[in-house]
Design a protein around this ligand. Structure first.
Ligand code: SF4
Ligand code: SF4
Length: 130
């Protein structure tokens, strides 16, 4: 089965195989916001078997009107609180937010492919004949 993912409207493809060796660069590195919707908050709380208010207090912070997952500082890296270095994976994979699911196909990157390539080693350009 092919590991290459393509999406209409994007000039690049993505090889999911790269995730096994890249050490979660999209979950670590520069500080950022990992937004979660109300439905996602409910889903993750359920997965973790937590009351919603306890989940919010422990794992989220407010940014404007939205909520984001917290980060943990590891040396110079700001890492999503659910990134697990030991297994190079996401502790809430089944319930991860849509922002994570849709990466690297974000509208933001349509005009910033060079920036994306710096972050994600799985990016393949159309010219690479995939
Ligand atoms: S940065 Fe790219 S290759 Fe690395 S884990 Fe994220 S999606 Fe996978
Ligand atoms: S929720 Fe999971 S996939 Fe999303 S940034 Fe955190 S560790 Fe990565």
């Amino acid at each position: 089965m092919s590991t290459i993912v393509k999406k209409d409207g994007f000039d690049y493809a993505f090889d999911t195989l790269a995730c096994s060796t890249c050490e979660g660069r999209c979950c670590t590195g520069e500080s950022g916001y990992i937004y979660v919707s109300k439905n996602e908050i409910e889903k993750i709380s359920k997965l973790l078997d937590l009351e919603i208010r306890d989940f919010v207090a422990k794992y989220l912070f407010k940014k404007g009107y939205k909520y984001s997952l917290k980060e943990i500082k590891h040396n110079e890296s700001h890492e999503c609180i659910f990134y697990d270095r030991n297994v190079n994976g996401c502790k809430i994979y089944e319930a991860r937010p849509s922002q994570c699911i849709s990466f690297p196909f974000w509208d933001y990157y349509k005009r910033r492919v060079d920036e994306l390539k710096q972050e994600c080693p799985g990016i393949i350009m159309k010219d690479d004949n995939v």
